[in-house]
Write a protein that binds this ligand. Sequence first.
Ligand code: DX5
Ligand code: ZN
Length: 227
Amino acid sequence: MGKPMITVPKPKEIAIAPSLLSADFCKLGAEVEDLTAAGADWLHFDVMDGRFVPNLSIGIPVLSCLRKCTKLPIDVHLMIVEPDSLLGAFAKAGADTLTVQAEACTHLHRTLQNIHALGCRAGVSLNPHTPIDLLEYVIDLMDFVLVMTVNPGFGGQSYIDACTAKIAQIRERYPELPIEVDGGIKFDTISRAAKAGANIFVSGSGVFSQPDYKVAIAQLKKLAADK
Ligand code: DX5
Ligand code: ZN
């Protein structure tokens, strides 16, 4: 779509991606300004369709607005069935990454090719119950993996500890692959995911429940770095 592709943080680089799902939508622009000043690396944008997940959230018109008021990378997480027909619209609206749920893609290989053809970074997200084997034949088309550490659909859920082993398994098998984690990432859980090998941390309630976003993001980064 004419714009340069973003750089995805490498496994040794830590990035925090606040999930806008927990933002105050009455003042989304101000929230984004605050997150930018607070040192957010990516803005995580959760799209829900009421079919893949039992909830609805935000979509293309909100993304277009957001694109006009931020230069931060927008990390679009598509929790939707049959994402292929909407990839072009999300890319045009300003997505920097497009992450699809592996479980929602019949032709995952083709979907990832399509994402790259649209000029976006491609992520593959795995639900907590989804094994990592399916990554093997699409790994060359992936810019990163997104390990869900809750069942997708809602903010504010508890981190599922069984997923920590999955992160470690992916790190061992793919040392160069950036690993993003999403769900229940807060001060008391981020070290576990970081120690297992994750390096991009989505945090919704973990950031937005804090009075000072800058302090919260700095603390999350420190905990991830110290492990
Ligand atoms: C869950 C979404 C997450 C969610 C994270 O379905 O994909 O991005 O907003 O929220 P917390 O960090 O509160 O678990
Ligand atoms: Zn998400």
